[in-house]
Design a protein around this ligand. Structure first.
Ligand SMILES: *Cc1c(COP(=O)(O)O)cnc(C)c1O
Length: 468
């Protein structure tokens, strides 16, 4: 059996996912040594497949972090539901090129059905078109390419033909909560950063409506885009869609929503109100690999105006076989050859059902609250941002000679070194903070209780200058 690579993989996978809460969340290897060893791997003689895989596991496993485990709270990562992981293996096993219905008949249909299901789950308009892409970053690119086509088309330009040269610039008006991936999307698609206008907000983060109206009005001779946030990556906060979107539309602006994880709260009755009016936007970008807990990489772009989406992305060639009966994914995505990215999402939705999705979202929000409440007990912890959904910010502060000293980075380093739980840091309102993100399907109340203890122990250790 030892040389049966697939049997070996099945056994290894079982072992690897068997301890989601105890596997180390920080790498245990010297990365320079590892790099040197890996570099020496290219040799003249071939190797047995089994030997290759065995060696990869030997070399790499200790350099992985258990980010799909239940005690990983860094960035906004998510793990993988069992069915989604197994479906991802099927995608590799079947190795279909899901560009065309002709080259991937069943997986193209899966993509079509999953797109329709997602619109229902996320509360998006039924006429919206969609594409399955690698991440919210590429979902932004897909949506903004469609927006760009749409806005210029209204002015009588065909930018697919003429390019952007010599056209009036599109003014891109963004929420102060906007994510950096928006800037990168603008760079990618030739719109540049000079036309980016960040909206002013009050100290609580609410967009100043009068300034917003003024900016829209002042720029109305230009084509305009407004980009709003559904779930700020630091605080989890939402823009006031019901107020902001109609005003943008009054000035013919295209409204794009960055809902990387926040749009999922449509599944939670207690949080749904945060999304009021979001369905009136023109495009939406959402991740699957964060809160839905499907493996990397998986995200979705939705576009209200399917003809603009098609005009921006569609591709025909005489040597391809274009289906007249079924959806060809190549017409909706920036990629040509591509894997069956929708299948893990389809599996995740089947596994959870509407009820399971609701429970996942509600549970993560409740657990975030619980962790914050427990940390509040420590005299070193200051709650900088209480959870609106599944994100929160805390800082670690002590008093020295009447001065507050922020030692958040030291606490984060200590936690990483101990390797039991993982959190990331962030700058927020000129303060160094620890960001909490609970989005793993396996995280339980026990994980949260033990995580709170771990944080408090690590904090006390740092303060007392003890070794961990
Ligand atoms: C993670 C994130 C992105 C980028 O998404 P990727 O899937 O990493 O490409 C964009 N916006 C927000 C709010 C995010 O949290």
């Amino acid at each position: 059996m030892k040389d049966d690579i697939f049997q070996f993989m099945a056994d290894y996978a079982k072992y690897y996912i068997s301890n989601p809460s105890t596997a180390p969340v920080y790498q245990e290897v010297d990365l320079n040594n590892l790099k040197n060893r890996l570099q020496a791997g290219l040799q003249e003689s071939p190797k047995e497949p089994f030997q290759v895989i065995h060696q990869l596991i030997e070399d790499l496993e200790k350099g992985t972090i258990n980010s799909s485990g239940s005690r990983f709270f860094g960035w906004v990562m998510g793990g993988h539901l069992k069915s989604a992981l197994a479906a991802d293996w099927l995608v590799s096993l079947w190795d279909q090129n899901v560009a065309l219905s002709a080259s991937a008949p069943s997986l193209s249909i899966i993509e079509e059905i999953t797109g329709e299901w997602l619109k229902t789950i996320l509360g998006l308009p039924p006429q919206a078109s969609y594409s399955f892409v690698t991440g919210c970053q590429l979902a932004h690119v897909t949506c903004l390419c469609s927006a760009r086509h749409h806005l210029y088309c209204q002015m009588g330009y065909n930018i697919e033909k003429s390019g952007l040269y010599h056209l009036p610039p599109i003014k891109v008006i963004v929420s102060p909560k906007y994510h950096g991936s928006i800037r990168r999307a603008l760079r990618f698609i030739g719109m540049g950063l000079e036309n980016l206008i960040v909206l002013p907000a009050d100290p609580a983060g609410n967009i100043n409506i009068e300034a917003y109206r003024y900016i829209l009005q002042a720029n109305q001779s230009f084509p305009q885009m407004v980009i709003l946030q559904a779930g700020d990556v630091n605080t989890g906060e939402f823009d006031a869609f019901a107020e902001l979107i109609p005003l943008a539309h009054k000035y013919n602006a295209w409204v794009h929503i960055d809902g990387a994880f926040g749009l999922w709260v449509n599944a939670s009755p207690a949080h749904q109100h945060l999304l009021a009016g979001v369905d009136t936007a023109d495009s939406w970008a959402i991740d699957g690999h964060k809160w839905l807990n499907v493996p990397f990489d998986s995200a979705y772009a939705f576009i209200r105006h399917r003809e603009s989406h098609l005009a921006a992305m569609s591709h025909k060639e005489s040597y391809l076989i274009h289906s007249s009966d079924f959806r060809d994914p190549i017409d909706w995505t920036p990629e040509w050859s591509r894997r069956g990215r929708a299948l893990p999402t389809y599996a995740a939705i089947l596994e959870l059902g509407n009820e399971g999705i609701r429970d996942l979202i509600v549970r993560c929000c409740d657990l975030t609250k619980s962790l914050v409440a427990q940390l509040k007990e420590s005299s070193f912890v200051k709650i900088e941002s209480y959870p609106v959904i599944n994100q929160a910010l805390v800082s670690f502060v002590y008093n020295k000679d009447g001065q507050a000293v922020n030692f958040t980075d030291s606490v984060l380093q200590r936690l990483q070194k101990r390797g039991k739980v993982f959190f990331g840091g962030t700058d927020w309102n000129n303060k160094r903070c620890m960001r909490i993100s609970v989005c793993n399907w396996q995280t339980s109340q026990k994980d949260i209780d033990e995580t709170a203890i771990e944080i408090i122990v690590a904090t006390n250790n740092v303060f007392n200058n003890n070794t961990p």
